[in-house]
Ligand binder design. Structure first.
Ligand SMILES: Cc1cc2nc3c(=O)[nH]c(=O)nc-3n(C[C@H](O)[C@H](O)[C@H](O)COP(=O)(O)OP(=O)(O)OC[C@H]3O[C@@H](n4cnc5c(N)ncnc54)[C@H](O)[C@@H]3O)c2cc1C
Length: 343
């Protein structure tokens, strides 16, 4: 019989993130499929009552909470102390948490304090023969493994996009406060710095991934390179479509070779074997050849299209659903005009 604890950190306004609600839905279905198990919820944050009310009908037999100004910001010592106290108060055997930055940073240490085990980057949960089995990827998303553990407590961090978010009615929840011996606080968060929204080009929740390849900075049929126009076309499209921006390795490496590059592009945008493997419904590759080390990063993109001048590029060899043999500058100029972009 498992005691399943859904453990989450609340947002600044006291609510739960979409990822946390996805994890809660997974915890609910796990509890339903493991006979005799029970579900509890644990919340940590500056304010937790709004979150507790929003999950009042989730079926948790107890909602445990740690709240206060000290728990507003991500800080290892306070986050770990709060999580440990809740896990102990719940006598949890399985602790299921959303793989956000706070849990990713803290819960391995908490598992160690509890004498338990942890699995991170989990993408699916299943109850097989009355036991929990988790699925995760290995070797840069090339191999998928399913595993089970006998050690308890077992902490499992669930990735985003792996379940539908919990959407039950809100109500009036009773939260049982859990006492925490406050650790020495040596780290103070003095503020947050984030780039302006129009410079934030990586958008994991976007429906479309727009990938720019090295072709955008190469000499075009008129014998000239047009990086300024490339930048304007790409940014114009991103802001209108709210797409996420990906890149090839060649394009992000160009800066190291002293070539003029797109200023907003960094190695974080790189998709592929040595880059990211994002999950978006659709992908559009522009000025990019579609070589295997790049397209391996597209494995979770459902609908793939590419624009390339070369009809014999790799996209034409079964890597894309649709290849437009065309000039990306011309196509994106037209697309932006249709979307009403200024460029
Ligand atoms: C071990 C290893 C790991 C690697 N990992 C990665 C990785 O993680 N990610 C990655 O991206 N690469 C990776 N690579 C590199 C990869 O093999 C390719 O070299 C790279 O993806 C090529 O980038 P590209 O398509 O942008 O550039 P190019 O190959 O230079 O292609 C540019 C394309 O733009 C087209 N083009 C030019 N102008 C236009 C225009 N006006 N309109 C339309 N099309 C135009 C050209 O026809 C050409 O096909 C790796 C390589 C190795 C060996």
């Amino acid at each position: 019989m498992e005691t399943i604890l859904f453990l989450a950190f609340t947002e600044a306004d006291g609510s739960l993130s979409k990822l946390a609600l996805e994890t809660l839905a997974s915890a609910q279905s796990l509890a339903a499929s493991l006979p005799g198990s029970k579900l509890l919820a644990g919340l940590v944050g500056a304010t937790i009552q709004p979150a507790a009310d929003s999950i009042a009908a989730c079926g948790a037999s107890r909602i445990l909470g740690v709240c206060g100004a000290e728990f507003a910001q991500s800080r290892y010592s306070t986050d770990a102390a709060a999580s440990e106290a809740i896990a102990k108060a719940a006598a949890a055997s399985i602790i299921l948490a959303p793989a956000g930055s706070r849990a990713n940073r803290t819960l391995a240490g908490v598992a160690q304090r509890l004498g338990g085990r942890i699995d991170t980057h989990v993408t699916a949960l299943a109850a097989a023969e009355g036991k929990l089995a988790v699925t995760r990827w290995y070797y840069r998303q090339r191999m998928e493994g399913t595993l089970s553990r006998t050690s308890r407590p077992w902490v499992v961090l669930l990735e985003s996009g792996c379940a539908e978010a919990y959407a039950g009615p809100s109500g009036s929840a009773t939260v049982e406060g859990v006492l925490v011996a406050l650790p020495a606080i040596r780290t103070e968060v003095t503020g947050l710095k984030s780039p302006p929204a129009d410079q934030q080009t990586i958008r994991p929740d976007a429906k479309l991934l727009f990938v720019a390849g090295a072709g955008w900075t190469k000499k075009q049929p008129d014998g000239q390179a047009h990086p300024a126009e490339a930048e304007q076309l790409i940014l114009g499209f991103l802001s209108r479509a709210q797409a996420s921006l990906g890149s090839t390795k060649s394009l992000v490496d160009l800066s190291g070779e002293g070539q003029e590059v797109l200023k907003f592009m960094t190695h974080l945008n790189q998709i592929g074997q040595t880059g990211a493997t994002p999950r978006h419904q659709k992908g559009l590759a522009t000025c990019c050849h579609g070589e295997e080390p790049h397209t391996v990063g597209w494995r979770f993109i459902n609908e793939r299209r590419a624009i390339n001048l070369n009809a014999a590029c790799s996209w034409a060899q079964g890597k894309a659903d649709v290849l437009y043999v065309a000039d990306s500058f011309e196509v994106m100029r037209k697309v932006n005009a249709l979307l009403g972009a200024s460029s």
